[in-house]
Design a protein around this ligand. Structure first.
Ligand SMILES: [Zn+2]
Length: 228
């Protein structure tokens, strides 16, 4: 059961495409995994489409002169062009990711963008990272943490969004499982860790991380976790 969802504002901006490429990917992946948000997004799409194409009666002379005009068919055609229904062939080819001998099934949005996932690099401890090339200012990264792995306590200068693709991680305030999405601003300090289970996440950052504890400052290479 997913506990943490994007706000309605995020969902609305997802539907209208007014998010950064990194956040479109994050919210899109959550929507793939979350029937509740998929439903809300669908309702928003319908409401928007009605506002754009429907509802208002067409003037009679317009209707008379445009017998071939089929608003419903036009709308259906437009909806069919949304990416979700689009690339079935690609999805079948690349919806799995193999890492450390484990096989992960990727949600549709990530599967369609599999080719954007770069080289995996092993980091300190049992963590792996791969950049996701999406363009735009934000940095999008896939991070894999094996069991019993901890990221040094840190804050962010900007906003961080993290989505659990598969597995479980904890921080001081909660536990996050498949599909959970969390948003942190620069004020929050946190120490993500895995326990008995491993965790594959997608993380979007709009500014570099800033480590807060003394020891982790010595581990400066750690900030290369997200930034090359
Ligand atoms: Zn949701």
């Amino acid at each position: 059961m997913i506990k943490f969802h994007p706000s309605e504002e995020y969902l609305f901006n997802y539907v209208t495409g007014e998010l950064s490429p990194a956040m479109l990917m994050m919210v899109g992946t959550h929507v793939d995994m979350c029937p509740q948000c998929a439903n809300t997004a669908q309702e928003m799409e319908t409401a928007l489409a009605n506002k754009l194409f429907g509802q208002a009666q067409l003037p009679e002379e317009f209707e008379a002169g445009n017998e071939g005009f089929d608003g419903a068919a036009m709308l259906a055609e437009i909806m069919a062009q949304t990416p979700q229904q689009h690339d079935d062939k690609v999805v079948k080819l690349s919806n799995e990711l193999i890492l450390e001998g484990k096989r992960f099934e990727l949600p549709a949005t990530l599967a369609r963008n599999h080719h954007r996932i770069g080289q995996w690099q092993k980091l300190i401890g049992k963590m792996w990272r791969a950049p996701v090339q999406v363009g735009g200012q934000d940095v999008l990264t896939m991070i894999y943490m094996a069991e019993n792995t901890r990221v040094a306590e840190h804050t962010h200068k900007g906003n961080e969004a993290t989505l659990v693709v598969n597995g479980v991680f904890n921080d001081e305030t909660s536990e996050y499982r498949d599909g959970d999405i969390m948003f942190l601003d620069g004020k929050v300090k946190h120490t993500p860790e895995t326990r008995q289970e491993d965790c594959l996440t997608l993380a979007a950052l709009d500014a570099p991380m800033h480590f807060t504890s003394g020891v982790s400052r010595l581990l400066n290479p750690f900030s290369s976790l997200f930034f090359k």
